[in-house]
Design a protein around this ligand. Structure first.
Ligand SMILES: *Cc1c(COP(=O)(O)O)cnc(C)c1O
Length: 399
């Protein structure tokens, strides 16, 4: 087996049109979003209007990061200090972090083998805690049955905020992820579907929510200088009672992002072609279990997850190492100690300890791999061969 030499964290370069737009912002010197020349619309406002159109949402607010987008969405949705906030236990550290930043208490909900929220446990925890908000993390791009979830949350008077860091561009029955609750929160951090280094986007159909979010983001009294904001009457109601928690986006990042909206759908097709190649190969391996991808879901295959049910902890570590020896970087979610971006609920010690037997069981055999667009389809075939070889090696020795 030949070693693979690709880099799993190497994204594509920023396109020349985006670089040119960024240089233009630097030349103008007007980098702050509210620093506009007479008659000018700021680049951030243009980005907001364009992303709202892409998302089919009424309103959009650009801000500093995905984590920031979630924490001000929680506040704008009316989270009270100390109140419980439901979220699925399989997610990444910025999610419990955002709940904590907003003054909420994370209540972790079990996941299923298909890596989506467990509805039974969700209902139980709504009952037990009286939580009024669910921050649903569409972790690694896996969408729950969004229509059933929507109905169930409405019945229980629970407000939904979606963490769409991994579902930018994904749809459920043709509806864009992020449009199922009061808000969708997106990240434009380097490892997500658009890359501005850091950045966040919030979309919503709710004018009162969005007016509060804009005020929270630190709009001073410039709320009329927004690309996709509600009518100013909504601001008059909240402008003096909403704290400024500065976390704006600047024109430089917005300039880099605008052309990327136009390439998003093409990039999704490229991701899914690569995902398809790896998935097809993994499906042929009897020891490998892949999460089900419902036909209602149009996913974005920017990463792939699979399980080796029954694998022991030492074998899981050996499996990761065996792949790495061939240059393939897998993450294992079962580890009790956080590694780089990968952590699980055991390492979030600032929140009360919670028992999540089902999630722990799923995570103990779960492996995860990024699929950057710098990989060719041929690279993906090579990677799948290596993973398959390592499954053979580790899982056959066990028997
Ligand atoms: C990246 C990410 C976020 C947001 O991250 P930022 O780094 O704050 O932009 C939120 N949720 C998940 C699941 C993520 O992976």
């Amino acid at each position: 087996m030949k070693r693979f030499h690709g880099n799993f964290t190497q994204q594509e370069p920023i396109a020349e049109d985006a670089i040119a737009a960024a240089v233009e912002v630097l030349r103008a010197g007007r980098i702050h979003r509210y620093n506009v020349a007479p008659g000018e619309t700021s680049i951030v406002s243009l980005l907001e209007a364009e992303y709202a159109a892409y998302q089919n949402a009424h309103f959009c607010l650009a801000c500093a990061s995905g984590g920031y987008a979630m924490s001000i969405s929680l506040r704008a949705a009316g989270l009270e200090q100390g109140a419980p906030v439901l979220t699925n236990a399989f997610t990444l550290a910025p999610v419990p972090g955002a709940i904590t930043a907003a003054g909420g208490q994370p209540v972790l909900v079990e996941i299923t083998e298909d890596l989506v929220i467990d509805i039974e446990d969700l209902l139980r925890k709504i009952d037990e805690t009286g939580a009024r908000i669910l921050l649903l993390s569409n972790m690694r791009g896996h969408l729950a049955d969004m229509e059933s979830l929507q109905i169930l949350l409405e019945e229980n008077k629970v407000t939904l905020i979606e963490d769409c860091a991994h579902t930018m561009g994904a749809t459920w029955n043709g509806i864009k992820s992020g449009n199922f609750g009061i808000a969708g929160c997106f990240s434009t951090q380097t490892y997500k579907h658009m890359n501005s280094g850091e950045g966040g986007l919030i979309t919503s159909h709710d004018p009162a929510f969005m007016a509060r979010a804009v005020m929270l983001s630190g709009s001073y009294m410039h709320y009329e200088r927004h690309g996709a904001a509600p009518d100013k009457s909504y601001f008059e109601a909240v402008r003096l009672e909403t704290p400024n928690m500065s976390g704006r986006m600047d024109n430089l990042r917005a300039a880099i992002l605008r052309p990327q909206i136009r390439s998003l759908d093409n990039n999704i097709a490229r991701w899914n072609e690569r995902y398809g190649v790896i998935e097809h190969r993994l499906r042929a391996i009897p020891q490998v279990a892949l999460p089900e991808r419902p036909s209602a879901e149009r996913y974005v295959g920017s990463s792939i997850q699979f399980r080796l049910p029954g694998i022991s902890e030492p074998d899981a570590l050996r499996f990761v190492r065996a792949n790495l020896d061939f240059g393939v970087e897998l993450k294992w979610f079962g580890s009790d100690t956080p590694i780089a971006f990968t952590s699980n609920h055991h390492s979030w010690q600032y929140i009360p300890r919670q028992t999540l037997a089902k999630t722990d069981e799923v995570l103990s055999s779960l492996f995860d791999m990024r699929i950057p667009l710098t990989f060719t389809v041929g690279d993906c075939e090579h990677i799948a061969d290596i993973v398959s070889h390592c499954v053979d090696e580790i899982m056959t020795e066990r028997v």
